[in-house]
Design a protein around this ligand. Structure first.
Ligand code: AHG
Ligand code: MN
Ligand code: MN
Length: 322
């Protein structure tokens, strides 16, 4: 099996980006270790703090964020970072060529039940001559990402990454301490009979999503004429990994549960990187009105509607909005 750096060189990834990716992966190896220690390291449960989005921070959210932030800011490759767990962007090295957005631990509610969690990251080139302190660095569309990926701390620690030449799977080999390429150019099947949505929000969805899901649930007695299965891991990393592996549609649609907050998932460090991975694997990554990666970001913590996965199924869902 091929090691990471040769695999990236084969895709003509520039050397400075390879160095940054290696830096990111060093942090994920440390997070993977801390996650595996769990109770033994005193890392279960919550802190007494909330992040800027009003969510209670788990101890592992904070540890993962500090590890990721420190290693990136010390690397010299990074002009600035933004993170789910940081109020604003944080300046790095003015000569750094890249900016990195990340969700240090996705699926935090799974930490205490020893279930799937992961780290999501998105890399853009820094805007030339823009100050490292300027959050405007992050006002770049998802289609300008030069790399995106996640690390899943599952039964095996897996890296799923794209630099724009397909989406590839890697597994952390603890015998030599590096990631090995296990599957090149993953393809999301165009059709599926599996959907992922938090059904408990059903009464808060808009009518098109209510109608679409009703037709999926009706199975072979409804207009779709086939049965659908449902899965919900409550960690986007886990749900998207399943979609990349065997197809499916994943959605977190608009809802009216909290009228001031119609969407749940965050554009910069959840929706955009996952969209890049899904599109590079032949899937679609949309809102009900357009492509996620074409959105002009205005805030590092902005939220967005997400409908992504198997292309024919995403189209089928969107047809209900027309
Ligand atoms: P995070 O743990 O980083 O805050 O993200 C959780 C997100 C996402 O991973 C997942 O798909 C979704 O929230 C789960 O939402 P529900 O709590 O509604 O199931
Ligand atoms: Mn998340
Ligand atoms: Mn998180």
């Amino acid at each position: 099996m091929q090691r990471l750096a040769p695999a990236l060189r084969q895709d003509n990834v520039p050397l400075d980006l390879i160095s940054l990716i290696k830096t990111i992966l060093a942090a994920t190896k440390e997070i993977s270790f801390r996650v595996s220690q769990a109770h033994l390291g005193g890392l279960m449960g919550s802190t007494l703090d909330e992040n800027i989005q009003g969510e209670v921070q788990k101890k592992l959210d904070v540890v993962a964020n500090e590890l990721f932030k420190d290693i990136l800011l010390e690397s010299g490759f990074v002009r600035a970072i933004s993170s789910e767990e940081e109020d604003t962007s944080v300046a790095g090295d003015q000569n750094g060529k890249f900016v990195v957005s990340f969700d240090p631990l996705d699926g935090s509610s799974n930490i205490d039940i020893n279930s799937l969690i992961g780290t999501i990251f998105s890399i853009h080139e820094a805007i030339p001559d823009m100050d490292a302190e300027d959050p405007g660095q992050f006002q770049q569309q998802g289609n300008k990402q030069v790399c995106a990926g996640y690390v899943l701390y599952g039964p095996s620690t897996m890296l799923v990454m794209t630099t724009g030449s397909g989406t590839h799977f890697y597994v952390l080999d603890r015998t030599h301490g590096g990631y090995l390429l296990v599957e090149r150019n993953v393809q999301v099947p165009k059709d599926t009979q599996e959907f992922a949505i938090n059904m408990s929000n059903q009464r808060f969805w808009q009518e098109p999503m209510q109608n679409y899901i009703n037709d999926l649930v009706a199975g072979d007695t409804g207009p779709r004429g086939k049965n659908f299965n449902m899965r919900w891991i409550a960690a986007m990393v886990g749900d998207i990994h399943r979609v990349l592996t065997r197809g499916g549609i994943f959605t977190y649609p608009a809802d009216s549960k909290k009228p001031e907050q119609p969407y749940k998932l965050r554009l910069m460090y959840e929706a955009n990187p996952m969209s890049f991975l899904i599109e590079q694997a032949g899937g679609l990554a949309m809102t009900s009105t357009g492509r996620i990666m074409d959105i002009d970001p205005t805030d590092i913590h902005q939220r967005v509607e997400v409908i992504m996965g198997s292309s024919n199924e995403v189209e089928a869902c969107l047809s209900y909005y027309k």
